[in-house]
Design a protein around this ligand. Structure first.
Ligand code: UD1
Length: 431
């Protein structure tokens, strides 16, 4: 298992190209199951989660080609061509699905196209129970018959899905995406109320519309979809990763440097920009991206609460906490999306942070400095919070279980080292 070693204290300065968004790319890849023509995705990030999903799609019969880097665009992402000419299997097996929760996104497309699907109940990050009840209830509202047997969801719609009204009792990004895809091939009109408004949902809708779907309202809380008989091939460029951009913006502020984040979009980071501005994170729009720095030399404590988009993203909560460990004053960080998303707290405390958790809130008392330590990544975003802490800490930080990081951050050590960080990946054999 690899380790990442960081010697903290260097301000980060330079330019970072923001990759295509993992959370947009994954649903976009599953959209390839909706058509027998080729779906081409550009600006795809090179990440373990993408490979996991690619393996699952191949297993369903998708003919998949990865064409290296796309030199025609300013973005450095890869190009993937996917053609699901014939679906050879509608079963998504446990050994592939358990690696990544987003695998459940094959359910809607397979059911809509083939009339049945058998998908293992998912695994993924250990940040709470993360059920799929909203996905299943939504599909039932479109006429699907659902049974849970031996750890699998067995979904059937022998006569095809039929448009319906789905009111999500809770905002869910994945359920909105699954239902939006399924509804594209359902008979008649579907409305999704209390839908997720995340930019990744909008990106998926734009791609589906390019494939011939009739969708209105993506990005608002009611989405309407008029089913069509078939979708066709299309080429789509994956939106830039707002979470990666927000993470590096905080790295600039934490280390007292200035980073230009190429491809980053202010409209996708509005909550972070507005809520961290009073504490000293300066974000300026520049041509082709954003510039992040400290406004006046210090970072001050701030209270934040995670919420569905356009609120403060839960996927930036751990990194924000790391930023606040050395802020002046105290911060209250409240997590409302996932119930077990403070696993980075004990690790940050081992580096000298002062954090007390009370239920879903963490009180962070800013300390003058952190000290490097050997720490363990517990989930994807938590991993980067420890890297952030390591970048400001005195001495060396050694991050174990780097595979969590590799699920969602592309070439971290390369991107950070190019901006002045002392960071290396050490390959360890024999574990
Ligand atoms: C997506 C993102 C993830 C992000 C999360 C919230 C992807 C691949 N992942 O995950 O990075 O942290 O949105 O912004 O895009 N829930 C239910 N029942 C369900 C589905 C969800 O109770 O059927 C709950 C979840 O446990 C959670 C909340 O709803 O408490 C939001 O989850 P959801 O928006 O569905 O997250 P994901 O789509 O899994």
């Amino acid at each position: 298992m690899d380790q990442i070693r960081i010697r903290g204290g260097n301000p980060l300065n330079g330019k970072i190209h923001i990759s295509g968004a993992k959370n947009a790319a994954l649903p976009l890849m599953t959209a390839s199951l909706l058509t027998d023509e080729t779906l081409t995705l550009r600006n795809l990030p090179h990440l373990a989660d993408i490979t996991t999903l690619a393996n699952l799609l191949v297993q369903h019969g998708v003919d998949l080609h990865l064409n290296g880097h796309d030199s025609a665009e300013a973005c450095s992402g890869r190009v993937m061509e996917m053609k699901a000419g014939t679906i050879t299997s509608t079963r998504a097996p446990y050994d592939l699905v358990r690696k990544m929760r987003a695998s459940v996104l094959v359910l809607g497309p397979l059911l809509a196209r083939e009339g049945h699907a058998e998908v293992s109940l998912p695994g993924g990050c250990a940040i709470g129970t993360r059920p799929v009840d909203l996905h299943l209830q939504g599909l039932q509202a479109l006429g699907a018959e659902i049974e849970l047997k031996e750890g699998y969801v067995h979904a059937r719609a022998p006569g095809g899905l039929v448009g319906g009204h789905v009111l999500f009792p809770k905002v869910s990004v994945g359920a909105t995406e699954n239902l939006m895809m399924a509804a594209c091939l359902a008979k008649g009109k579907t409305t999704l109320a209390n839908a997720a408004r995340e930019p990744e949902v909008v990106d998926l809708a734009e791609c589906l519309i390019g494939m011939g779907a009739q969708i209105e309202g993506a990005g608002q809380d009611v989405i309407t979809i008029e089913g069509v008989d078939r979708l066709h091939g299309h080429t789509h460029t994956v939106v830039a990763d707002r979470i990666e951009a927000g993470t590096y913006a905080m790295a600039a502020a934490a280390t007292g440097g200035t980073l230009e984040l190429m491809g980053a979009r202010a409209d996708h980071l509005r909550a972070m920009i507005d809520q961290l501005a009073p504490c000293g994170l300066r974000i300026e729009e520049i041509e082709g991206g954003l510039r992040a720095s400290r406004a006046n030399g210090i970072i001050e404590g701030v209270d934040i609460m995670t919420e569905p988009f356009p609120g403060y993203p839960t996927d930036l909560q751990a990194q924000t906490m790391a930023l606040m460990t050395t802020a002046q004053g105290a911060s209250m960080i409240t997590e409302t999306i996932f119930e077990n998303r403070f696993m980075h707290v004990p690790e940050l405390c081992r580096m000298g942070a002062n954090i007390t958790v009370h239920g879903s809130s963490a009180l962070v008392r800013g300390q003058p400095e952190l000290m490097g330590a050997e720490v363990m990544a517990t989930d994807l975003r938590a991993s980067f919070s420890l890297i952030l802490a390591g970048l400001v800490a005195k001495g060396e930080t050694v991050l174990n279980r780097v595979y969590h990081l590799d699920r969602g951050y592309e070439r971290v050590e390369e991107k950070l080292a190019a901006c002045g960080a002392e960071i290396i990946r050490v390959q360890q054999n024999g574990e």
